[in-house]
Design a protein around this ligand. Structure first.
Ligand SMILES: [Zn+2]
Length: 771
């Protein structure tokens, strides 16, 4: 197949087109990517290291006035985190001027009378490119090099249009550590049977593939760099989020997304995403690209993945088919498989041209990603003014009578009392909201909601504010629609989880005000993030271990590691070999089993990892508990340990079909036995757990096992998200303390440390270790 977009041809074309002497002079010193990397970007079996990538952008910055590189900070493992600004040199020389225009369009309160037309005339369409947040999606850290080279070098009309009308903020990798974790493993396994496989460790120290689920909780420094230095000062009109998917369906996914659409997203952005996505499909099809799918697999529900959809920016997720990292693969047409929303062997409106099958390379990935990004840039540039008008309209709607769209009236405000059962959780909630550009004020008089009075000086979030929809999303209970694959069929799997209600997962009380908004003072300054402490912080009263299999590292293990490090709780990681030989009781008092480390069911990135071989582990564990040790088993790990240690507890949901019970990431009500030692630190007024495809327990021997948390005996336990068949949980236990010999096994039928967010249930972890 031949394409007219190869970087070699573009470079030649640019040289021919550069008739202007000054321009030709400006471009003469621009280094080629190959001169820095030592190979062409996208060459088979050549992944660039993070040093090669930063060397390239540093050299390009020096050589091109259209490129300005900034280091935003150090990553989790100490690498530089980069952003590359690309625009006309005159725009780059006046970036602060254009940022001010962007701010004024974002917030009408900042505009002088009659100023708007000038802002619309003069402003640029700001585009953020977040590439390679997932480090095994390796095209993502090569495509930015090709894009930057082309924009720095080219003098053709398309490039000039892009440079004149846009400001591109290019993040060459949203996870630089992973570029080397994956790349080093790839280079060390070249020529072996492991070539092209993912490494055994998470490609982000703590969160692995979940690093793109952090866009409202901001737990990781990499998320914070992009939010603090790019989103917050700029609130870009468009985000180009470059990803890869599996190998055996379409060649690339481009929006529109599948349903559902989260109802607080301004419809301007849904329409903008749909329109721009279809324009990209059209341009790429013109150029001969095939196998392009839309309205497939990916939905528009969670702010965890799509911060920009709540901050004025269309999010154009692209997902290109993977090879085996940089190693080519062959996929005959007959081996292509149906995906969610289309069949790659059948032409449909959302899959207009068939890919014929065959050889698929790293270079193909880079070509698809580059073509999609270029088409995005070009449409954004050509329609600059319409994008800015839509952007300003969103701002007007956010500050006008509500609802600006939809049917149901919005609350006018949400009150957050300053007296809360957990002060750290309150501070974290205020910090989290403010970090996402939510304005927090204080009431100037008492506020009465549903007969309850809240003192003057309470925190107040007005929904009429620039990002009021975002605040509302995070502070209300989600009502996920009941969607099925077909009438009478199984539930339609959401792309990710279905709930994100901060008051429930943090354990903070709030009250929604309808009618007249409370009187408030000025916007408060951002408070600092609290210093997190627990009864175990910094102490060695208990010797804690966490188990992970040696062959793989499930994401939940990473999140648990993050939790313990964040709370400064010392622990030791142990693997299978620690269960043979010396007594575990001599070394540890408690061992944590995160989800997925035994029994499968955990999230380990693409495909999911094999769990540990468990015979030795369970034998050693049985002895450890009988001799007085404590085991904590999170979510699906609990059922494996029930079987392995033959505990008198059953999973009431074993074998139940999705049609009869389904909860793919929801917040459920529980009743807590507050006088139990495990629950003594639990403070939330509305007890809630993060339920995600977990078990629910029935106790067979109540002399040995005690329910510490249970689902209500009647009614629907759903508080936020999606739950089918909720009555199956009635009276079942969510948290069980099992006496086993002289020790305890504590079974969690939920994720007590869900993605570093479920603060309300952290005390159930501390309590189990300390009991
Ligand atoms: Zn991805």
């Amino acid at each position: 197949m031949s394409f007219r977009t190869s970087s070699v041809r573009v470079a030649l074309g640019a040289a021919i087109l550069a008739g202007n002497g000054a321009l030709a002079h400006a471009q003469r010193g621009i280094p080629t990517p190959a001169s820095i990397l030592g190979f062409e970007p996208g060459a088979d079996r050549h992944l660039p290291s993070w040093k090669q990538i930063t060397d390239y952008f540093t050299a390009l910055d020096k050589a091109s006035p259209r490129v300005s590189v900034r280091t935003l900070g150090k990553t989790t493992l100490g690498r530089p985190f980069l952003v590359v600004f690309i625009s006309d040199s005159s725009t780059l020389a006046n970036l602060e001027h254009y940022r001010q225009i962007q701010r004024k369009l974002m917030d009408p309160r900042l505009q002088a009378a009659g100023e708007r037309q000038k802002l619309l005339d003069e402003g640029k369409n700001v585009i953020l490119v977040t590439s390679a947040i997932h480090s095994n999606e390796s095209g993502g850290f090569t495509t930015p090099i090709v894009l930057a080279d082309r924009l720095a070098r080219a003098a053709d009309p398309e490039a000039r249009t892009i440079l004149a009308n846009t400001i591109i903020m290019l993040v060459p990798s949203q996870n630089p550590d992973g570029v080397d974790i994956v790349g080093d493993y790839y280079r060390s396994t070249l020529g072996t049977p492991m070539e092209g496989r993912d490494p055994p460790n998470l490609y982000h120290k703590y969160v692995g593939h979940d690093d793109n689920r952090d866009w409202y909780a901001f737990t990781q420094p990499e998320t914070r760099y992009t939010v603090d230095s790019l989103y917050t000062p700029w609130d870009p009109e468009i985000v180009n989020d470059i990803h890869q998917q599996g190998s055996d369906a379409g060649r690339i996914f481009i929006p529109p997304y599948m349903d559902p659409v989260e109802p607080n997203i301004d419809p301007i952005l849904t329409a903008a995403t749909n329109g721009l996505g279809m324009a990209i499909v059209w341009r790429m099809t013109n150029q001969g690209f095939t196998g392009i799918a839309s309205n497939a697999a990916y939905d528009q529900w969670s702010p965890a993945r799509q911060y920009s959809l709540y901050h004025r920016g269309a999010r154009l997720l692209t997902e290109t088919a993977s090879a085996r990292l940089a190693t080519p693969i062959d996929i005959p047409f007959d081996d292509l498989r149906p995906a969610r929303g289309y069949d790659p062997k059948t032409v449909t409106w959302n899959f207009p041209s068939l890919w014929p099958g065959g050889h698929w390379t790293y270079g193909d990935i880079v070509r698809y990603q580059t073509a999609a990004s270029w088409a995005l840039f070009l449409d954004a540039a050509q329609d600059r003014r319409a994008w800015l008008e839509g952007y300003a309209s969103q701002a007007d709607r956010a500050m006008a009578a509500q609802p600006a769209w939809g049917h149901d009236a919005w609350p006018t405000a949400i009150v957050i009392p300053k007296t809360q059962p957990d002060t750290q959780a309150l501070k974290r909630m205020i910090w989290t909201l403010q970090h996402g550009q939510v304005e927090i004020r204080e009431s100037t008089a008492p506020v009465t909601v549903d007969g309850k009075s809240y003192a003057a000086g309470s925190y107040v979030v007005l929904t009429k504010q620039p990002f009021g929809g975002y605040a509302k999303t995070l502070l209300e209970h989600q009502a996920y629609p009941n969607l099925f694959d077909y009438p009478g069929g199984p539930p339609k799997r959401p792309y990710d989880v279905t709930a994100h209600t901060l008051p429930l997962i943090f354990g903070v009380d709030v009250a929604h005000v309808t009618g007249t908004a409370p009187a408030t003072g000025a916007v408060l300054k951002e408070i600092p993030e609290p210093t997190y402490t627990s009864p175990l912080t910094g102490k060695s009263a208990k010797r804690i271990a966490m188990f992970r299999p040696s062959a793989t590292e499930p994401i939940d293990e990473g999140w648990t590691h993050w939790l313990l490090d964040t709370y400064k709780i010392p622990f030791t990681t142990i693997t299978e070999k620690d269960f043979t030989g010396a007594s575990l009781n001599d070394r540890f008092d408690a061992i944590i089993f995160p989800e997925g480390v035994v029994g499968g069911g955990g999230r380990g990135g693409r495909g999911g990892p094999p769990a540990a071989s468990t015979t030795d582990v369970f034998a050693g564990l049985d002895t450890f508990v009988k001799n007085g040790g404590t085991v904590l088993a999170f979510n699906t790990a609990s059922t494996a340990i029930i079987d392995g240690l033959k505990l008198p507890v059953k999973n009431a949901l074993a074998g139940v079909r999705n049609n009869d019970f389904y909860a793919p990431g929801s917040i459920l009500a529980v009743e807590i036995k507050r006088d139990h030692p495990i629950a003594r630190g639990f403070t939330a007024t509305v007890p809630a757990v993060w339920f995600e495809n977990g078990p629910a327990f029935e106790i067979s021997d109540s002399t040995q096992a005690t329910a510490v948390a249970s689902y209500p005996a009647t009614g629907n336990p759903l508080l936020s998200g999606w739950l089918l068949g909720g009555t199956k949980l009635n009276g079942k236990a969510a948290l069980v303390d099992v006496k086993h010999g002289r020790g305890h096994v504590v079974l969690y039928g939920f994720r007590p440390q869900y993605r570093g967010q479920s603060m309300a249930t952290y005390p159930l972890i501390w309590g189990a270790i300390l009991q």
